[in-house]
Design a protein around this ligand. Structure first.
Ligand code: DC
Length: 235
């Protein structure tokens, strides 16, 4: 059961963006739990699309070929923060979306405009059901700029590499750091919806903070943001 609080339930949208290794996914899930809200992992959707592209054997250098594959697929993600799950055409792809092959190809797939159009439309429909904590790269800048709270999580490159290496068994920090640098470079430099801090986003550097400290900080900010919206006089 999610936490209940004397402050009442949060009814808005938290947009949580930032590069990989900032603790974003863990923070987003725990925050959603605390706020009694749903959770959207938009990265899992791009990863599921990437699984389809790899299975179809499409050329990663050919945006049109990628677009054709993704046009016909059905991507589903759970919005329960306690039970994350991803399916492609009705079949679970929880393991496939975290494979090295998928991680290596996802930047190419997520840079294709037709892929983003399709998945952003789906993300908006899920967010509209609110209350929700949605995480990704462009939630606050493109998908849902009207979010009650927009957060941009950062951490030093070394800390991010250490965290990511810890997630992968036998992960080598230097290799992970190189991979993060490559993926962040691609995600930040692409033409459509590049990774960047959204206007009005609060920047939180998580390098020196525990997950619990980040979650508590964001919970306070989310409740304060929602209260501000609710107490604005209507006339
Ligand atoms: O958060 P993640 O590592 O699971 O994201 C996987 C990739 O998907 C990442 O390299 C960038 C891309 N992505 C994106 O372009 N837009 C989003 N809203 C979320 C992820």
């Amino acid at each position: 059961m999610a936490h209940s609080t004397e402050l009442g339930d949060f009814s808005g949208v938290v947009a949580l963006d930032g590069p990989s290794g900032t603790g974003k996914s863990t923070v987003a899930r725990r925050l959603a739990d605390r706020l009694n809200a749903s959770y959207l992992d938009s990265g899992a959707m791009y990863r599921a699309a990437t699984v389809a592209v790899l299975e179809a054997g499409a050329d990663l250098a050919d945006p049109d070929a990628i677009a054709v594959v993704v046009r016909d697929i059905d991507v589903w993600v759970s919005t329960d923060p306690q039970a994350p799950a991803t399916a492609l055409d009705g079949r679970s792809v929880d393991a496939e979306i975290r494979s090295a092959a998928t991680t290596g190809a996802v930047s190419a797939v997520s840079a294709v405009p037709a892929v983003r159009e399709k998945l952003v439309a789906q993300q908006r429909a899920l967010i509209a059901e609110g209350p929700i904590v949605a995480e990704g790269r462009d939630i606050g800048s493109v998908v849902w700029p009207q979010a009650e709270l927009k957060v941009y999580l950062t951490a030093t490159e070394e800390v991010r590499a250490r965290r990511r290496a810890g997630e992968v068994s036998g992960g080598n920090i230097a290799e992970v750091a190189a991979d993060i640098r490559r993926r962040d470079g691609l995600d930040s430099s692409r033409a459509v919806s590049p990774l960047r801090r959204a206007d009005g986003a609060v920047v939180v550097d998580t390098s020196e903070l525990s997950i619990e400290q980040v979650v508590s900080l964001l919970e306070r900010l989310a409740r304060a943001a929602a209260d501000t919206i609710q107490t604005v006089p209507s006339g």
